[in-house]
Design a protein around this ligand. Structure first.
Ligand code: CNA
Length: 235
C-alpha cells in the first residue's frame, strides 16, 4: 500500500493535502476525537461549548484557561508529515495544503500555500481597536489578554458559531477542483462545512490516512491506518 502511495505521488503534479488535528498529534498537540483526544477528557463544559463564539464573549476567563492549557501548546515542532508536504510543494508537485488546524506547524515546516480553514493561533486582534498581536505576545500575557486600549484580544480562530473566511474557502475550492491527487490525513471528517470540501475532488487518487474510520472511507481509493508522521517519514 505504501508502494502504491509512493508511485501515485511520483506521478502527480497537482497534489492537494486536506488535513486535520491528527496531523499534529505526533507533534504533541492533542486532537479532539482521537483516542487521546480532548473529547475524552473531562471539563466543566464540552470543548465545542468552550470554543464557541458565545462562550468566548460571556466567559473569556474560562475560555482562555482552556485555550492556554490545551490549544496554545508550548514548543510544538513540525513532524515528518509537515516537512514532506513542504518538500513536495517546493518540488512543484503539491498545489496546496488545506488544513483545519490552527497551530501554524505547516508554515513552520516551510509550506507556503497553506489554506487555514479555521484560522490560526498565530494571529490575534483586539476586538475593540483591531490591533494585531502575535501568539508570542498572547503567551507573554496572563489570563485574558487585553489590548493597550483596554479591549479583549481574540485569537483569529474560527470558533463554533462563526463563519469561515470566504476568501480561504474559495482558494480551497479552486485547489481541489484542479487536484490530480487528494491526500486526506488526520481528520475525522466530521466538522462542516470544512469536511464537505472533499466532495469537489472527483479523480481516482483519493488517499485517506487516518488511524480510525471516517464517514468517507468508502470514497477512498487507498486507505492507510498507521500514524501519518510515520507514513510520511517513509515516503
Ligand atoms: P478530530 O475530529 O479530532 O479528528 C482527528 C482524527 O485524526 C481522528 O479521526 C484520529 O483518529 C486521527 N488521528 C489522530 N492522530 C493521528 C495520526 N498520528 N495519524 C493518523 N491519524 C490520526 O480533528 P479534525 O481536524 O477532524 O476536527 C476539526 C477540528 C479540530 C478543527 O476545527 C481544528 O481546529 C480542531 N483542532 C485543531 C488542532 C490543531 O491545530 N493541531 C488540535 C485540536 C483540534
Amino acid at each position: 500500500m505504501l508502494e502504491t502511495l509512493r508511485q501515485w505521488v511520483s506521478e502527480s503534479r497537482r497534489i492537494v493535502f486536506f488535513g486535520g488535528a491528527g496531523v499534529s498529534t505526533e507533534s504533541g498537540i492533542p486532537d479532539f476525537r482521537g483516542v487521546d483526544g480532548l473529547y475524552r477528557q473531562k471539563y466543566d463544559y464540552p470543548p465545542e461549548t468552550i470554543l464557541s463564539h458565545d462562550f468566548f464573549m460571556r466567559r473569556p476567563e474560562e475560555f482562555y484557561r482552556f485555550y492556554r492549557e490545551k490549544i496554545l501548546v508550548e514548543g510544538a515542532k513540525p513532524n515528518p508529515a509537515h516537512y514532506k508536504l513542504a518538500e513536495w510543494e517546493a518540488e512543484g508537485r503539491l498545489l496546496a495544503v488545506i488544513t483545519q488546524n490552527i497551530d501554524g506547524l505547516h508554515q513552520l515546516a516551510g509550506s507556503k500555500n497553506v489554506l487555514e480553514l479555521h484560522g490560526s493561533v498565530q494571529r490575534n486582534h483586539c476586538v475593540k481597536c483591531r490591533r494585531f498581536y502575535s501568539d508570542a505576545a498572547i503567551r507573554a500575557m496572563q489570563g485574558v489578554p487585553h489590548c493597550e486600549c483596554g479591549g479583549v484580544i481574540k485569537p483569529d480562530v474560527v470558533l463554533y458559531g462563526e463563519a469561515l473566511d470566504q476568501v480561504v474557502m474559495h482558494r480551497a475550492i479552486s485547489a481541489l477542483s484542479q487536484a490530480d491527487m487528494l491526500i486526506i490525513g488526520g481528520t475525522s471528517l466530521s466538522v462542516y462545512p470544512a469536511a464537505g470540501l472533499i466532495d469537489l475532488y472527483n479523480g481516482n487518487r483519493l488517499v485517506l490516512i487516518n488511524k480510525t474510520e471516517t464517514p468517507q472511507d468508502r470514497r477512498a481509493n487507498l486507505i492507510l491506518r498507521d500514524p501519518i508522521g510515520q507514513i510520511f517519514s517513509q515516503l
